[in-house]
Design a protein around this ligand. Sequence first.
Ligand SMILES: Cc1cc2nc3c(=O)[nH]c(=O)nc-3n(C[C@H](O)[C@H](O)[C@H](O)COP(=O)(O)O)c2cc1C
Length: 198
Amino acid sequence: MTTLDAAFPPAALTVLDVIRARRTVDIGLLKPDAVPRDVVEAILEAGIWAPNHGRTEPWRFTVFTGAGRARLAEVFAQAYAAGSAPDRDSEPALEAQRARAWRAPLWISLELHMPEKPKMPEWEEQAALACAAQNMWLAATAFGLVGKWVSGPVMVSPVAAQALGAPKLMGLLVLGYPAAGLPSVSRAPLADKITWVE
Ligand SMILES: Cc1cc2nc3c(=O)[nH]c(=O)nc-3n(C[C@H](O)[C@H](O)[C@H](O)COP(=O)(O)O)c2cc1C
């Protein structure tokens, strides 16, 4: 991995450090500790500073914390029941879906609201929401949080979207403080991905 140059400006070193430190961690490896409200608000604020073509600001977020996760538990169960899993009618399977909501202290839905008269193609609005998600994930990292962008069938289900009053759901960011060491990950060498034209 490229080493950071100590002569870089401190802000550059901080941002680059946070980008590298951001990590995906399974929800089973999160502490149950709540994330303070001011930290959650700072994370959300980072989200809305994402770039978006045409200033459409297509992002909406629903924050589930504390007892509010009961609502999310029902959304998961509803979405699972409406899906195609063979056990979608089984009460233990639905209960397992509900239980997921309680396994992490903070969930932020990534809701896509296309403008009424779209000026930009949908992929640009999705990309803007993805930028918002990454901003939030990086801000969360700077606060010592870890987690995951979850995008399985339940997490992007139209039924879940409808329950949240969103036209489309691009998954959720699930965050919490790490209970253990972080997984080590790697990337293919930079040189494999870059073409320089000089
Ligand atoms: C759009 C998007 C959706 C993702 N969905 C999932 C998911 O449903 N389940 C999962 O385990 N990880 C998901 N991830 C996380 C990736 O698995 C993770 O970023 C990858 O393993 C690299 O690890 P890192 O994030 O720690 O660098 C998603 C990431 C993105 C950007």
